[in-house]
Design a protein around this ligand. Structure first.
Ligand code: AHM
Ligand code: MG
Length: 334
């Protein structure tokens, strides 16, 4: 932890001073997300104590059972953001359509897309889960935001981040000027800067993937994982397997220690499982700003143009040299 007490607010103010033309609208938006994260974190931390666990009885757009905390987190994100005048439209992994700003409130220049509670299958077992978000500038011409605003390439993000509700709650984000982590101090109710300018090692020793899908993987993916298990001192193999099954938690560990996370396409789901807009793009933005790389096996994630807000993509993300090597195997060049 730094010897200066740096709250998210102070960090944003200090960063903003470098941009005299900034209006403060964008900074306030990051602060709004931190506020929503505190409220979601409070409920996540009492899961089990009160009746917040289990299912609501309905299904989301992906046909998955909705858990009560999913629904709660989704509603908090919306309610923390709808009235601020900073956003023109939102999109959530939990909602089928884009989310307009209510008519009674004004619209701003920014677009927010989010996965309110990722890894929710882990909720009932007290395993880390997270909230993931991206911020874009409005590109559509009308007064209100449209689908076009939500379907921008990841390279157009102006900020992205996640909150991991784990042993402690942490918010990690980048506004394009380094990746910074803030740990929540419940005694003062603030996120305090604990990890400044995070850089991911160029190569790691950890791989994270659901190997239960092995039979469905392509030959290239199978060969790559077999390669990581081979013994070779010079290239630090075998790698260690670490898979939590919560993307935010798996990503967070690999960001700090180095490593590679893979959710590839396979025979049954050629586009994999994870969503381009809500999961792959924000984490790809972060990993690149930390010196790493993210690919769908062939193309840089941030260069993919989403055609649908719920589109899926294979995701290979982490230490740059590891991801590049995985691409070679997946493309069957090795
Ligand atoms: P969710 O958004 O419905 O929670 O699903 C995404 C999660 C990720 O957190 C995780 O990486 C992945 O699903 C795990 O999938 P699997 O159980 O197939 O390994
Ligand atoms: Mg998710």
């Amino acid at each position: 932890m730094s010897d200066r007490l740096v709250t998210i607010e102070r960090h944003i103010m200090e960063t903003q001073r470098q941009y005299p033309e900034a209006t403060g609208e964008f900074s306030a938006l990051v602060y709004d997300i931190a506020f929503a994260a505190k409220v979601i974190g409070r409920e996540v931390n009492k899961a089990g104590l009160v009746d917040v666990l289990g299912y609501t009885g309905s299904q989301n757009v992906h046909g998955e059972e909705v858990r009560k905390l999913d629904e709660f987190a989704d509603s908090i994100m919306f309610r923390a953001m709808d009235h601020t005048g900073r956003l023109c439209v939102m999109a959530s992994e939990e909602q089928e359509d884009i989310i307009p700003i209510p008519e009674k409130y004004g619209c701003g220049h920014y677009v927010l897309t989010y996965d309110p509670l990722d890894g929710s299958s882990n909720i009932d077992a007290n395993v880390s889960i997270g909230t993931i978000f991206s911020i874009y500038r409005k590109v559509s011409s009308g007064e209100r935001g449209t689908l076009e605003d939500c379907l921008q390439k990841g390279s157009a993000q102006v900020a992205a981040g996640y909150v991991v509700y784990g042993a402690s709650t942490m918010m990690v984000f980048s506004t394009g000027n380094g990746v910074h982590g803030f740990t929540y101090d419940p005694s003062v109710g603030e996120f305090l800067l604990s990890h400044s300018h995070i850089q991911i090692p160029q190569r790691g020793r950890i791989y994270s993937t659901n190997e239960g899908n092995y039979q469905r993987w392509s030959e290239g993916t199978r060969k790559y994982i077999a390669y990581l298990k081979e013994s070779d001192k010079a290239s630090n193999r075998p790698y260690s397997a670490r898979y939590i099954g919560s993307l935010v938690a798996d990503f967070h560990r690999n960001l700090l220690y180095g490593g590679i996370f893979l959710y590839p396409g396979d025979k049954e789901s050629p586009r994999g499982k994870l969503r381009l807009v809500y999961e792959a793009n924000p984490l790809a933005f972060l990993v690149e700003h930390a010196g790493g790389y993210a690919s769908d096996g062939n193309t840089r994630i941030l260069d993919l143009k989403p055609r649908d807000i719920h589109e899926r993509t294979p995701l290979i993300i982490g230490s740059r040299e590891d991801v590049r090597e995985a691409e070679e195997f997946i493309q069957e060049k090795r």
